[in-house]
Design a protein around this ligand. Sequence first.
Ligand SMILES: *Cc1c(COP(=O)(O)O)cnc(C)c1O
Length: 366
Amino acid sequence: MQQIIPTRHLFGPGPCNPYAEATAALGLPLLGHLDPDFIARMDRTCEGLRTLWGTKNTRTLPLSATGSAGMEAAFVNTINPGDVAVIAVNGLFGERMCEVASRVGAEVVRVDHEYGTPVDAERVAAAHPNPKVIAAVHAETSTGVVSDIAALGAIKGDALLIVDAVTSIGGMPIEADAWGIDVGYAGTQKCLGVAPGMAPFTISDRAFERRVQKPQSWYLDLGLLGGYATTGSSGGQRTYHHTAPVAMVASLEAGIERVLAEGIEAVTARHQNAGAALQKGLQEMGLELFAAEGHRLPQLTTVKVPEGVDSAAVRSYLLKNYGVEIGGGVGQYAATVWRIGLMGPNANMDSVALILASLKDAIANS
Ligand SMILES: *Cc1c(COP(=O)(O)O)cnc(C)c1O
């Protein structure tokens, strides 16, 4: 029997509802992964990603896997066993970085921060005299906090700076070159407004020269991937490495085009305005925000579950009665924090009104 698939308002920590242009592009005629038209599409996609990353890096490409694979690629290509990795931890994704780095043999030096607070560059600088890499999350989706990446670039010294921009790309400006990011990875399903499945990635020449020569991952070996996606590093000759997810690249290209047509400034303002209106509305309802004031992400709001309210019951009520999905908290905050995303096309006042009205109902009646 045919299933009827409900439409949802995806107001959780991602995926968000995709831009219509990104969804439409999934239906384009499929091309072979070495077809000249596809190669041209891949080139345009990489060029668009350079604009979004704020970089001139030749090696800027979408990896064929989700954001976590971007994280994996960052560490597997930079860490030889025994190398020191100073990792700022202020949420789940910083924790995940420690796990990934330790599996490739890094000597991990954690710099723990209270959840809900931003990364402190001075503490990171003081953690070790000469690490091989310093790593941090730009927009911590688990806590709703933005950190100052330029401040880390200023203290990195000889270290390579690895930055997780999964939730920032397409929602707030990123200046990889100006901030001193050596390796950056992102995702498609957060503010870029594309379905999950790829990881926009960039690596500086400086980091590429110091890369691991034979990383333990064949699939994510940037030495091999260069010839697959970027003409600049292979003298124009494309070589087969793996079959590119052709349909996803088309969708990503359309999503990037959509974002750049609106303009990074306008897209940023739209996310900021929607996030500010939501945060104001939630506080007017008597709810308390979780992330430290002054460091709150507009695209991902963390709010404390009021005393006596069942977090999971509210979320089920929202889904059942409004088709609204919001996220629970992570780790020790699983039942005490909600995470509400206004990402990509959802960053608008209609979404804000729907969230505030439905949440009020759900808290009163779930
Ligand atoms: C979502 C997310 C990831 C992981 O991305 P996946 O696409 O789920 O693999 C990593 N870092 C941050 C900050 C995220 O929000």
